[in-house]
Design a binder for this molecule. Structure first.
Ligand code: ADP
Ligand code: MN
Ligand code: MN
Ligand code: MN
Ligand code: MN
Length: 341
């Protein structure tokens, strides 16, 4: 009998930031298909998702891809992203994916995931000296060379495994702060985009384990200093935006975000007030603005959309690096769907 290793991955119930959890299920003669992944269960009392007296939560497989690194050991291995359900089969309150209303996959999302590689001994970004600070920001963004780019072997290996797993990574770059990096993932369908971001985060965490490097998802790990924070810009479009052909449609959709700032910020990641200060290419957390090419706005209209005759996508710059892409997408879809064109 041929054995396969299936890593079931889910999000725990911690607040305000959910973390990845996973455990391994061994299958016989596994087809590699999602439909052949069984439901499973776990102890929700150990993940802040259930009381000890009735602790079982269910894992519903929703996305599968190969695990190329683990497969190298010999036995075929897979990554299985799961939704968490209550024992009665209803969606658990921590399950952001189940709140996405995009049944026809009309919404396309491209997330730009920023993060810091973190030295767990000094509790500082990779590339920081043990005492004090490195040279100020400037040379690190898209940098080349050992003075300015830190941890390239890790992020390079992460990229390779993401691609081999079939994740639709569109690019990577070194970011503005020391030890800060970004990857971008695009998918047609909000749930799929969220699935792929979470699996890419999982693979990055495992790279970190291998190299003894932390992955710091906090949006402002260096506090209220002049060092950039980390975002997860959400680029999004639906058929209306992709085919609009006029400025008024873009205006109308952008303006629909103005009255629901609080509702969006509520799911755009913890501690975002530390990051959305109006400095470092951000808008203040309590203000809303939009504009063509404006990286100081809440929502940027990319110049490419204008040049194509007002057809394309929008970039919500407010979601932060620790936000749940499912919840971000669900909220954006809700606001955009409310617009009558
Ligand atoms: P920047 O750093 O200039 O903000 P990036 O190139 O890092 O931009 O990211 C732009 C993202 O926009 C990419 O991930 C891409 O997939 C996404 N994108 C492009 N076109 C669309 C579209 N029509 N709908 C949704 N996302 C899109
Ligand atoms: Mn057990
Ligand atoms: Mn980017
Ligand atoms: Mn960036
Ligand atoms: Mn961006």
């Amino acid at each position: 009998m041929a054995k396969a290793k299936l890593e079931y991955i889910w999000l725990d119930g911690y607040k305000p930031t959910q973390s990845l959890r996973s455990k391994t299920k061994i299958e016989n003669d596994f087809s590699g298909k999602l439909e052949d992944c069984d439901m499973w269960s776990f102890d929700g009392s150990s993940t802040e998702q259930a009381p000890g007296g009735s602790s079982d939560c269910l894992l519903k497989p929703v996305f599968i891809c190969p695990d190329p690194e683990r497969s190298k050991l010999g036995t075929p291995a897979y990554l299985v992203m799961c939704e968490v359900l209550n024992s009665d089969g209803t969606a658990h309150e921590s399950n952001g994916r189940a709140t996405i209303e995009d049944g026809d996959n009309d919404f396309w999302f491209g997330f730009e995931q920023e993060y810091f590689l973190w030295n767990l001994e000094t509790n500082k970004p990779l590339g920081f000296p043990a005492n004090g600070y490195p040279a100020p920001q400037g040379p690190y963004y898209c940098s080349v060379g050992a003075q300015n780019a830190f941890g390239r072997d890790i992020i390079e290996e992460h990229l390779e495994y993401c691609l081999q797993a079939g994740l639709n990574v569109e690019g990577i770059n070194a970011e503005v702060a020391t030890g800060q990096w970004e990857f971008q993932i695009f998918a047609k369908g909000a749930q799929e985009a969220g699935d792929q971001i979470w699996v890419a985060r999982y693979l990055l965490e495992r790279m970190g384990e291998k190299y003894g490097i932390g992955i710091n998802w906090h949006c402002k790990p260096l506090g209220a200093t002049d060092w950039n924070g980390s975002g997860m810009h959400a680029n999004f479009s639906n058929t209306i935006l992709r085919t609009a052909g006029n400025k008024e449609t873009f205006d109308k959709i952008c303006q629909a975000f103005a009255p629901v700032v609080a509702e969006h910020i509520a799911v755009y990641g913890a501690d975002n007030h530390l990051r959305l200060t109006g400095k470092h290419e951000t808008q203040s957390i309590d203000q809303f603005s939009y504009g063509v090419s404006d990286r100081g706005a809440s929502i940027r209209i990319p110049i490419v959309a204008v040049k194509r005759g007002w057809k394309g996508y929008l970039e919500d710059r407010r979601p932060n690096s620790a936000a749940d892409p499912y919840k971000v997408a669900a909220r954006i879809i809700k606001t955009v769907k409310g617009v009558k064109i």
